[in-house]
Design a protein around this ligand. Structure first.
Ligand SMILES: O=c1ccn([C@@H]2O[C@H](COP(=O)(O)O)[C@@H](O)[C@H]2O)c(=O)[nH]1
Length: 232
């Protein structure tokens, strides 16, 4: 059983060395790392391998959204890279998610967790309406999470605001990965559906993705430690 904290630090840096200088201050037994579109586009699989060589588990947050065949091959490529978690957009639909889940079966116990993105934490009801979805964020998250679960995924990305409902409806074993975590008093930035680390812990989220409150802090390592203290 892993004793790593639920914190997944979002490494959204535009300079590889700045990211590595920060990572050198971290302990892989205390947190995991997330590599997203910015760093993967700049620095590629070699950067992920470098984090692995330092002992970190990596969430590759590329949010694949394409036809089933393409997504299945992309998640298999992520599994070849040895990442701990990979994700797809649940709005890609059942056949896409089933193809992704199927393609990971050959990896056995080395399979990464396969997670579906529901409604981005930067979105609120008015954003959904503008793209033709006349539902509350909670209703839309519930719909996509139910679809993701029945398509064979291990969990979803949602906001902590939906966590209680999802745990109640979909069970404790279905993983909830929640960005939009903001320590009290920190900037909301472009996030809309937010919670503090302590609140997110109380509603039972499994993994908290936290970026700017840590990486943009004057002392990032101290900012991470303060969050770990809040969760202890
Ligand atoms: O719904 C989502 C899905 C992914 N993200 C990603 O998480 C981090 C959050 O960073 P902060 O700086 O803590 O806001 C970022 O990499 C996003 O791409 C998300 O925020 N919401």
């Amino acid at each position: 059983m892993s004793t790593i904290s639920p914190v997944v630090v979002a490494l959204d840096f535009d300079q590889q060395q700045a990211a590595l200088n920060f990572v050198h201050q971290l302990d892989p037994t205390q947190c995991r790392l997330k590599v997203g579109k910015e760093m993967f586009t700049h620095f590629g699989p070699a950067f992920v391998k470098q984090l692995h060589s330092q002992g970190f588990e990596v969430f590759l947050d590329l949010k694949f959204h394409d036809i089933p065949n393409t997504v299945a091959k992309a998640v298999a490529a992520a599994a070849d890279l040895g990442v701990w978690m990979v994700n797809v957009h649940a709005s890609g639909g059942r056949r896409m998610m089933e193809a992704a889940a199927q393609s990971l079966k050959t990896f056995g116990t080395n399979k990464p967790l396969l997670i579906g993105v529901t409604v981005l934490t930067s979105m609120e009801q008015s954003d959904l309406l503008e793209i033709g979805i006349d539902q509350s964020p909670e209703q839309q998250v519930m719909r996509l999470a139910t679809l993701a679960q029945s398509s064979g995924l291990d969990g979803v990305v949602c906001s902590a605001q939906e966590a209680s409902l999802l745990k109640q409806q979909l069970g404790q074993g279905f993983r909830l990965v929640t960005p939009g975590i903001r320590p009290a008093g920190s900037s909301q930035d472009d996030q809309r559906r937010i919670m503090t680390p302590a609140e997110a812990k109380a509603v039972g989220v499994d993994y908290m993705v936290i970026g700017r409150p840590i990486t943009k802090a004057a002392d990032p390592a101290a900012a991470l430690q303060a969050i770990l203290n809040e969760l202890a």
